[in-house]
Design a protein around this ligand. Structure first.
Ligand code: NAP
Length: 266
């Protein structure tokens, strides 16, 4: 089996990376950065986001596993003291793969420029470069509302515990093939009106944002920020691709939510 390891880059994560690499090579696994079967991320959820984007062109052939060197993560749930156990599990046991939904983002431009397609593991956010964001929101091809405010966040179920949660969005179990649209400080008064609640769309529903005045936007895809000019529309839906995680022991999603946000004491 071929593996690669991505580190957050701090001294603790780098030391763990080197240790795991040595142990796995001792078990006759092959280190292959370009075509790994398993990618180990050492750091935090942010490190796993980075690893995901690095290998996003071969998601069907890659399984991810995360070790956290800071606090418990949603994607990084092994602790440094468990790495020997994890190495043995990777080397010796056929692991179970669990799949989580991803967000597909298609950006189309005015004047017929080539469209751009992205996959997000957590979310995509759209903000105006200057002034209030004004966007028409369409759902399944029907006009839904004209949004005015700071921005919009469209997240995956596993990303629902990240930026989406800070916006008052719901936490969604990753077994639900869905995306969630959450508002950032919408303007609501006698003239302007938005729904004001997060919306959860099923796998077969598409959401489209269309600029009303200015066509330039700051678009984030997970940790990446991109400036898009002359934008015609941004389309969102559940992607056909999935992210695959290697599971060596049960760690139910709701337990991770509890341990991350409520308390890690049993
Ligand atoms: P960052 O600003 O350095 O860290 C953002 C925080 O979000 C980190 O503590 C990270 O955990 C955590 N996180 C990432 N994915 C998560 C998930 N699925 N569930 C719960 N927490 C999660 O940025 P970054 O490390 O490059 O990560 C980019 C992410 O930051 C974006 O995808 C977005 O979700 C999040 N973000 C959140 C807010 C907010 O909450 N107001 C604002 C901007 C961006 P680790 O410490 O384990 O890496």
């Amino acid at each position: 089996m071929k593996f690669s390891i991505t580190s957050k880059g701090d001294s603790q994560s780098n030391a763990l990376m080197h240790k795991m690499r040595t142990y796995l090579l001792d078990f006759d696994l092959v280190y292959d950065e370009s075509q790994p079967d398993i990618v180990i991320s050492v750091g935090g959820d942010g490190t796993l986001l980075y690893a995901f984007h690095r290998y996003s062109s071969r998601l069907d052939k890659t399984a991810f596993v995360g070790v956290h060197t800071g606090h418990l993560g949603f994607y990084a749930d092994w602790v440094p003291s468990e790495i020997e156990k994890l190495v043995i599990a990777i080397a010796k046991t056929p692991y179970q793969v669990i799949e989580y939904p991803l967000l597909e983002v298609i950006v189309r431009y005015q004047h017929g420029g080539k469209e751009s397609r992205y996959l997000a593991l957590n979310e995509c956010t759209v903000k105006s470069v200057e002034g209030t964001l004004v966007m028409d929101v369409e759902i399944r091809g029907e006009h839904f509302e004209r949004f005015r405010g700071d921005g919009l966040c469209i997240s995956t179920p596993s990303g629902s515990t990240a930026y989406n949660k800070a916006l008052g969005g719901a936490i969604i179990h990753p077994s639900l093939q869905s995306i969630q649209l959450a508002e950032m400080a919408s303007i609501n008064n006698k003239v302007f009106r938005t729904i004001g609640s997060p919306l959860i769309l099923p796998g077969h529903h598409t959401c489209m944002l269309k600029p009303v005045n200015r066509p330039d936007f700051m678009v984030t895809i997970d940790h990446l920020t991109l400036l898009h000019r002359d934008l015609k529309s941004i389309q969102f839906r559940v992607a056909k691709e999935k992210v695959r995680f290697a599971r060596f022991r049960p760690f139910p999603f709701w337990k991770r939510v509890h341990d991350s946000f409520i308390s890690d004491a049993d």
